[in-house]
Design a protein around this ligand. Sequence first.
Ligand SMILES: [Zn+2]
Length: 342
Amino acid sequence: MSTNFKRFLATLLSLICCITTGTHIVTAKHSVVNTTTKTAKSASMISGLFNLIKNANKDKFCETAANENTIKVFFHKEAAIKEVSLEEYIKGVLYGEMPSSYSLEALKAQAVAARTYTVYRIRNGSTHRNGADICTDYTHCQAWTAGSAETPYPEAIERAVEETKNTICTYNGECINAMYFSNSGGATEAIENVWGGREIPYLKSVASPGESVFYDFCQVKTYSYDEFAAAVDSYFDNDADIDVEVGIKNIQNIKRSPAGRIISAEIGGITSTGLQIRAMFSLRSSNVYFSQDGSTISIVALGYGHGVGMSQCGAQAMAENGADWVEILKHYYTGIDISLLC
Ligand SMILES: [Zn+2]
């Protein structure tokens, strides 16, 4: 690891700060209720607030959510679509997406993010041609791990889903696209810096403290010059102009987002996106740093995943520092409210 990179890493980590926000609960699709701006710490208090909202707006809520109580899930290993209750599906997602040993507040935040992600897909059109609302393939939708009579879900999984039942994140009264990933490497990423396209107000870059203690924080890969050239040639099908002798100088004009991820770089004369570079070297993220030592090239990737939305490791770090699930979600999804489906 070069001195410059160590210095960068130290600077990055020193910038990390913790942000907490107040609780602000509104109704899904409606902005009728603004219950409190004071942070609610107890589950019973939050539950009580939800009941008030539910009773005041019951008809509108239930009309909105009527077709979301049961959803069509494509179980990709069985290649079969089954109708399951939204809440039962969310238990499997939570069990598949986050270790049940994580703090209850982190598990609750993940349960709400997963529920929100699911409802967003139902309301905004599924990408499954077979008629399913969502699938169990984590590379396409969300991970899902079954519980059964023989191997029931851990109590923490059951509790996190039950205690956040029917809760989603909204922005201006609309269900948000609640993207999430494993580890940001120190700061999350604005969506337009990963996939291009328009900005989304609730998917901005935010600091994500406390992630460096997790395994997913840092990946280091080392290549000989020949191996490096072979990886680039393989990705570009030999169209890149790679000079094996110059090593790291094959990489030019690296442009980064303020959060650090590569937006573009020229590799062998070909302009590549951060996602392409991640795929080229099978990296965990596009927050990538190159260094050269003698005849080897080292690649360091910070974090794990696309970096947009909620960091699962960051959620756990916040929970360990006393944040509740509402504070976690409001930290990672800028300007959102917590709302009830029904
Ligand atoms: Zn899918």
